[in-house]
Design a binder for this molecule. Sequence first.
Ligand code: HEM
Ligand code: HEM
Length: 143
Amino acid sequence: MYMWIHPVLQCSAVLLSFYVLYLGWVRFAFAHLGRTGVVFPWKMHVLLGGAVLITWCLAFVIGLGAAWWGWKSVFITGLHYQVALVMLPVIIFGLGSGLYMDRFKARRAVLPLAHACANALLMLLALCQLYTGILVLRDMVLG
Ligand code: HEM
Ligand code: HEM
């Protein structure tokens, strides 16, 4: 059973990230494309974005724990753990830049763009994780 905690948490966070991206897109369209008449749900974006990035981080550790518990070894899933290691610093940047812009509100152009790029990259990497994670489930958990 415990082998499923990590996949379920990570899949839920991947789903939620699409909504967070949609909320961020509203801000992007306002700030860079000059779209008016839309309100960026700032607090909701911060809350749900934080939930996604913290889940990706915590469930990283849970995945390692499950691997250790189940297989008595970690870093054995090839591309899955390698991409996870690449994600870690990007998650820290996405979360850090978001928290900073939330704490110190100001007119900015570069930091919001860097934040958007980092988090969009994270979503692409998370989709790779979804694919390789399903292979790990098929071959190493169920197989
Ligand atoms: C989205 C970001 C994700 C990150 C950062 C991540 C990270 C990790 C890490 C670090 C491990 C330990 C691997 C090892 O020691 O070799 C792991 C294990 C595992 N991951 Fe992921 N993963 C993610 C998403 C997913 C998804 C979406 C799935 C399933 C569809 C999945 C399925 C698994 C499975 C089955 C394991 C074996 C341990 C367990 O079942 O808990 N992962 N993951
Ligand atoms: C999956 C996670 C996330 C995605 C995909 C995402 C995406 C975006 C995007 C596309 C923008 C618009 C950037 C622009 O206008 O150039 C944005 C803005 C913003 N995000 Fe996020 N974000 C995520 C997580 C977070 C987190 C965790 C926080 C805070 C803890 C956060 C706080 C903010 C803030 C405060 C802005 C407005 C910045 C400004 O215009 O001054 N975001 N985000």
